[in-house]
Design a protein. Structure first.
Length: 352
């Protein structure tokens, strides 16, 4: 699944040969309407919106390739979905596990379960091939800022590359940027904050870590480790997904069919949703407002209120209020504090 960058839609794909586009406006309603795009003679395993929200790409399970669908708005407010005449050429030799589109619109990333990450032009030309040297890839992603591509696998680190373009928009090269080092076993998953200045990682060693990645890597500056937290794995249920809230205040960890939410400032677990899917969770994502967490793993998408996120805002605003020096600042902080408290109260989640 994937949230659109304008915050209006959630796209989901399934084995039933459909892509469904859901309106985020309906999240709190009883009825959840969706628009449907059909995948001819195949089904999609991955879906990602284009930065302008006028198209989306899917990875085809049987075709082993990327297909682009254009979204054309109709007079009645709905959309017509049209697949482009030609799919991308087949280049991967192993199953593809992740795809991504840079928010700059300059490139597409695909990663397979061997050690291959491909950087594509939007027209289906391979610009660069990255060998991750991680024995195998378990997760890969494009940073929200559109500059970086990262991957993790069998090794105890996350490797990050910068995809470089010239002043006229022409592709130049892919260069190694930095690594997240500190785990003692394979990294299972990682995630970026919305501004790409924070990253989180989770490892087979039973820890998750929060990193400050707002560094000058060209001057050999390494990311700073901000927090290490522990999680307890259910027997036989390895964590398969990690999501970081847009403001990096909350880390969500999917282990088997359960979800654990942590406060990243204190490193403490705040919520646990047990067995929310009939199967292992395959995707986990916060919406762009950070109010909701979505998960999928069976025939349904589950939505959760991000109560730890609202509590983190209360905590943060109370701290800022003590140090506020002007009335206007105090007023602004008090407004944010009250809003978060009211939200928690309405959800019955306000802690005394």
């Amino acid at each position: 699944m994937d949230f659109s960058s304008n915050g209006k839609y959630l796209a989901t794909c399934a084995d039933d040969r459909t892509i469904r586009i859901w309106s985020t406006k309906d999240f709190l309603q009883r009825e959840h309407r969706s628009m449907r795009a059909n995948v001819e003679l195949d089904h999609a395993t991955l879906v990602r919106f284009s930065p302008d929200c006028r198209a989306f790409i899917v990875w085809l399970a049987n075709g082993d390739t990327l297909r682009v669908f254009k979204m054309t708005k109709r007079e009645d407010g709905g959309y017509t979905f049209t697949a482009t005449p030609e799919d991308f050429p087949k280049k991967h030799k192993a199953p593809v596990i992740d795809v991504g589109i840079a928010n700059t619109g300059k490139f597409i990333m695909t990663a397979s379960s061997d050690t291959t990450v491909l950087i594509w032009s939007l027209k289906g030309q391979v610009l660069s091939t990255i060998n991750t040297n991680q024995m195998n890839n378990t997760h890969a992603a494009v940073s929200p800022c559109g500059r970086f591509v990262a991957s993790c696998g069998f090794t105890p680190d996350v490797k990050v590359w910068e995809v470089c373009f010239g002043k006229k928009g022409e592709f130049q090269e892919v260069v190694r940027a930095f690594e997240l080092k500190g785990h003692s076993a394979a990294v299972r998953s990682f995630a970026f904050s919305n501004d790409s200045r924070r990253m989180a990682s989770v490892s087979k060693d039973g820890t998750w870590k929060l990193w400050d990645t707002d560094v000058e890597y060209k001057k050999q500056q390494d990311p700073y480790l901000l927090r290490t937290g522990r999680f307890e794995e259910a027997a036989g249920a390895a964590p398969c997904r990690l999501a970081l809230s847009p403001d990096a205040q909350v880390l969500a960890l999917a282990s088997g069919s359960s979800i654990h939410l942590y406060n990243t400032r204190r490193g403490e677990k705040e919520e646990c949703f047990e067995r929310v899917h009939g199967e292992c969770i395959t995707d986990l994502s916060f919406d762009i407002t950070g109010c909701f967490l979505a998960s999928c793993g069976d025939r349904a998408v589950r939505l959760f209120h991000n109560t730890p996120g609202h509590r983190a805002i209360v905590e943060e605003m109370q701290g800022h209020l003590k140090r506020a020096s002007t009335d206007s600042t105090r007023q602004r902080l008090q407004q944010k504090l009250t809003q978060a408290q009211e939200t928690l109260k309405s959800l019955g989640a306000l802690k005394k």
